[in-house]
Design a protein around this ligand. Sequence first.
Ligand code: TXA
Ligand code: MG
Length: 316
Amino acid sequence: MLPTTPTGIARAGELLRAGKLVAFPTETVYGLGGDATDDRAVAAIFAAKGRPQFNPLIAHLPDLAAAQSWALFDERALELAHQFWPGPLTMVLPRPANSALSLLVSAGLDSVAIRVPGHPVAQALLRAAGRPIAAPSANRSGAVSPTTPHHVLESLGDRVDAVVTGGKCAVGLESTVIDLTGPEPVVLRPGAVLPEEMERLIGPVRMSAGDPTAPKAPGQLESHYAPNAAVRLNAKSAEEGEALLTFGPDRFVFGGTARLNLSPQGDLNEAAANLFSHLRQLDQSGAPRIAVMAIPDEGLGVAINDRLRRAAAPRG
Ligand code: TXA
Ligand code: MG
């Protein structure tokens, strides 16, 4: 437990910069924070939450100027930022080309969700960290979002390196998420910032059908990265023309050109950290199909296999 003193905040910032996980208060709910530019830290967030899927995460920044280094803001995004930041609003925006942000934060998508929280402790911590902090709600998957440090300890106590204590969250409900990557703004998750407040600034805003956090069947997932190449699972070897994605010690001979290993040591955390960048690289090799070796279906392997199954599912 770290107090919200300058020493406590500085320590929490150091831990984040070292790739550790730190839970911290925002005005909505407590977040489970990790360095959003560090694939391994982001993979550790998914492992700690025990989430069976890689949902894209929100990158938190202390102000608009800092946020502009990590996402592309159009006129609408700037209007909303000026009005509602810092505050309980998250905007999904295009990622700049060659962004240093972890691809796992975006679940492989070309977009990124950005939030500038208003809570003074979150503000101080983000400044101390000096980099974007990925933070889903600080609870185990399926549990309710935590609004006190006590909730965080109950849910994640043994899986987080530190909790910055900041009392009870004022809003108590997750931030509004608005998607601005298309011509029509779409509210993906309702929250304290209301659609009609945003409409006054940027015109008509549509409510997304369905709950974006609800599990969806493969193929329905418009918001997930799919490689152009076909994907073949549980491969024992690569066939003519296939690119190859392996896991664990490389045991078989490969004659093709594109081969990448998710984790030669067979470490699922490392594999999760590499998943999206490796898939992209193999896709860019131009191979019509990617053969993927079996990945153990335990721990983070469950989320990795979920993602791979979606990539391998027939496209509609
Ligand atoms: O209030 C909050 O937003 C809290 C605090 C800690 O900031 N965070 C939070 O994170 O609720 P999380 O991971 O539980 O919810 C993030 C939501 C999910 O519904 C996710 O699908 C959506 O944001 N999201 C994130 N990135 C996205 C993207 N690139 N495209 C579409 N949706 C995205
Ligand atoms: Mg959540």
